[in-house]
Design a protein around this ligand. Structure first.
Ligand SMILES: O=c1[nH]c(=O)c2[nH]c(=O)[nH]c2[nH]1
Length: 289
């Protein structure tokens, strides 16, 4: 019995395509995880090292981003059909293509009862936390949240930073700012170990304040945004002594579509998962500096 090539297919998995529609002040966001896979007669690539009929996975990736601009994303289905059609057309020996799309849902951040124009919170996934430490003298309560994923599609810059011979980052006048927030706030120890407090109401109020402050504060760095959020919480809540943040800067890189004759004025981004900046800060009560 000889050895033969069995079923095979290939493509680029998990392209993190973020498309912002910014034709008006009220931005729209579509956030997709796109995987493509071509199948057909690709035997020569396996048995003879012949790539002449192989559309590179890198090209499939570029097409996924270019189609987010060119075709747009009115729905995952419509985008996937269009992208699949293009990949089939571009690859003569392919007889099929699978385009798998996962969409992350974003809601507008609510500010004063209305959805914000360009600040969004990812649906689902966030976790409420608390750590209570009890002694005979009383209780220490630290509450918080983690994986609260927020994004603003404008109203964020990062420039004027320290440069040395290893600095390549250009100044950014208008960038996406996104983070998966972890915040923990420590309550001032209360009478009865604070048992009379409405912990749920405070949690809801702090969460709403964090979101609204993220949405409405022009950001010159994630550091400034964290400080503004912490300040807003301490100003509004005497019962909170301090608040700490750990916030990954979830980088969204503008995709260069110029090689495909497409401009990209802040519309199509690749969402990188790592590495990420990690910004940590505590905002506390004390003497003003
Ligand atoms: O908000 C930011 N803070 C930083 O410290 C930093 N560093 C960096 O490369 N990008 C950013 N963005």
């Amino acid at each position: 019995m000889g050895i033969v090539l069995g079923p095979n297919r290939y493509g680029k998995a998990e392209n993190r395509v973020v498309r912002i529609v910014r034709d008006t002040e009220r931005h729209e966001i579509r956030d997709l995880n796109v995987s493509t896979s071509l199948r057909g007669d690709f035997a020569a690539a396996h048995t003879d090292g012949d790539q002449s009929q192989v559309l590179p996975t890198d090209t499939q990736k570029n097409t996924a981003f270019a189609w987010a601009k060119k075709h747009g994303i009115s729905s995952p289905e419509d985008y996937a059909l269009a992208l699949g059609g293009r990949l089939l057309a571009a690859t003569p020996v392919a007889d099929g293509v699978t385009v798998k799309v996962e969409e992350c849902a974003w809601d507008r951040i609510e500010v004063d009862g209305a959805g914000h124009d360009h600040a969004f919170v990812r649906r689902g996934g966030e976790v409420r936390t608390t750590t209570v430490d009890l002694t005979r003298d009383g209780a220490q309560v630290v509450s918080g949240l983690q994986d609260l994923v927020v994004l603003k599609s404008t109203g964020s810059e990062f420039k004027g930073f320290l440069r040395d011979e290893y600095t390549t980052l250009p100044d950014a006048d208008d960038r996406i700012l996104a983070t998966a927030m972890r915040a923990e706030w420590r309550y001032v120890p209360g009478a009865d170990a604070g048992s009379g407090r409405d912990w749920n109401a405070t949690y809801d109020a702090v969460r709403a304040l964090l979101l609204a402050t993220f949405a409405t504060t022009y950001s010159r760095a994630l550091q400034e945004t964290l400080y503004a959020m912490g300040r807003a919480v301490l100003e509004a809540h005497d019962e909170i002594a301090e608040i700490s943040f750990a916030a990954p800067n979830k980088h969204h890189f503008l995709v260069d579509l110029a090689p495909f004759g497409l401009d990209n004025p802040g519309e199509v981004f690749i969402a990188a998962d790592r590495p990420y900046g990690l910004i940590e800060a505590t905002v506390t009560r004390g003497e003003e500096r």
